[in-house]
Design a protein around this ligand. Structure first.
Ligand code: BES
Ligand code: MN
Length: 444
């Protein structure tokens, strides 16, 4: 790897491009402009495309008719770095330790997308051109649901006409094991606010005579699951495609022990999830309901004797084939209304959502991806599904009519979305090789 790569990677990581929080708005623009500069310098025609929120970076080489066209997608936005005190070094001041770069976005997705850019750069330097037509689309809203990318694809459908999408925003099952993902879960979000008295009340003066919104919320949230870990919302599983025996078999043969890996990586004393499935099956093929945040009442030091006026919780649902996000939100709302305890009212706000994705790893393009993975990592690719979501991938299919090759480089211990996110330089280099290999394979 060339000396200046690490410095470039660090520059990219130093932008706190947190898409969800508008106090970073300017930083996203700066980060996008950094990409525009970089891509222009390596010889691509690049533009910054403004959207209602964060800009999209779009770069292409000179179009040669008759060659396949590949869309390489990634994102420059990152998740919030919080909780800050759990980081060993500041999240936007990258450091290298034992071959791993630590920073928010190191893996998800800056390290991975930069390795593609450097692969393209090296190919252009070596051959003066790329073997395929390329569109690089790097957005700033992946971590908040990609709401403005669909409209961009629609508006530029003709110009973006292509044969396949390549995305490295997924994982490898283990270090050194190239991995092709043929499925993603979808995700859909809602926020519930339980409302009680018109102000926080003295809990001695009013307590016992007025419902406590936090108690009501706790009771309400407890109705979401049964004791066996199944989601208890009526109709939730109606459209779920059952996991087939061939797929369970194939996953059992993968060169990792999923249960062990998750126990070690998370530090939990015991695994827990839907009865009848192992961890990989629960994560890759079963839907969930998760509470991501909860709030209300006094949060400061010491005690305060109040009945809070309200309480809230943030929920997301991970979706699998053939569940529909809108329908799940309706079912969830009905469930919450039906189970709302007495004495309080409720407000439900729905948030962003993205559908699940499932593709055939043995299509002609899928086989090309597997050959490229083998070439870059010297080992046969593992075929898996993923528990995470990349909302735009199903729109690549709907709007552009193309399938997506998910060939990610995140390791199970990369700590994406967590403190101390990291990416091994080994995978950064592997990503450069992989970019070259996939372009060659797709050129045939
Ligand atoms: N890179 C992840 C998605 C991912 C993670 C795929 C692990 C496969 C394995 C992506 O950046 C992400 O975090 N997506 C969000 C989307 C959501 C905010 C709409 C997710 O999955 O939570
Ligand atoms: Mn992410």
């Amino acid at each position: 790897m060339r000396d200046n790569y690490l410095e470039e990677y660090y520059s990219f990581l130093r932008f706190p491009s947190v898409s969800t929080d508008d106090k970073y708005k300017e930083k996203l623009v700066e980060c996008a402009n950094w990409l525009v500069n970089k891509l222009t310098r390596i010889g691509l025609r690049t533009q910054l495309v403004p959207t209602k929120r964060h800009p999209i970076v779009w770069a292409r080489n000179e179009h040669r008719p008759g060659r396949p066209t590949v869309l390489i997608y990634g994102h420059y936005d990152v998740q919030p770095p919080d909780p800050l005190d759990l980081w060993d070094s500041p999240p936007f001041e990258p450091v290298l330790k034992n071959g791993y770069v630590f920073a928010r976005g190191a893996t998800d997705n800056k390290g991975q997308i930069l390795s593609h850019i450097l692969g393209i750069q090296e190919t252009i330097e070596e051959h003066r051109e790329l073997p395929v037509n390329v569109h690089l689309v790097i957005e700033g809203e992946e971590e908040i649901g990609s709401a403005n990318l669909g409209p961009f694809l629609n508006q530029n459908r003709e110009a973006l006409k292509c044969d396949v999408a390549v995305v490295s925003d997924t994982g490898m099952i283990a270090r050194g094991v190239p991995t092709m993902s043929y499925g993603l879960r979808g995700v859909t979000a809602l926020e519930v606010k339980v409302i009680g008295p018109k102000m926080d009340l003295h809990s001695g003066v009013f307590g016992g005579a007025v419902a406590n919104p936090i108690t009501a919320l706790a009771q309400l949230l407890a109705t979401l699951h049964d004791r066996e870990g199944r989601v208890a919302i009526a109709g939730f599983y109606d459209r779920v495609t059952p996991l087939e025996e061939w797929e369970r078999d194939a996953w059992r043969k993968l060169p990792v022990d999923g249960d062990k890996l998750i126990r070690e990586e998370t530090g939990v004393s015991e695994l827990f999830g839907e009865a009848g499935y192992n961890s990989a099956e629960r994560i890759w093929a079963r839907p969930t309901a998760e509470i991501n945040g909860i709030g209300g009442g006094y949060q400061g030091q010491g005690t305060k004797t109040v009945i809070p006026s309200h309480a809230f919780a943030k929920l997301t649902f991970r979706l699998v084939p053939e569940q529909r996000g809108e329908e799940i939100l309706e079912l969830a709302k009905t469930h919450l209304e039906k189970n709302l305890p007495k004495g309080v009212t409720m407000d439900v706000t729905t948030g962003h959502s993205g559908p699940w994705y499932l593709t055939d790893p043995h299509s002609a393009m899928g086989e090309a991806a597997q050959r490229a993975l083998r070439k870059a990592f010297n080992r046969d690719a593992a075929l898996i599904r993923e528990g995470g979501s990349i909302p735009i991938v199903s729109e690549f299919r709907e709007i552009l009519g193309i399938e997506t090759l998910l060939m990610g480089l995140a390791l199970p211990d990369c700590r994406a979305h967590s403190p101390n996110e990291n990416f091994p330089l080994e995978n950064f280099e592997g990503g450069i090789r992989l970019n070259k290999a996939i372009m060659e394979e797709l050129a045939h």
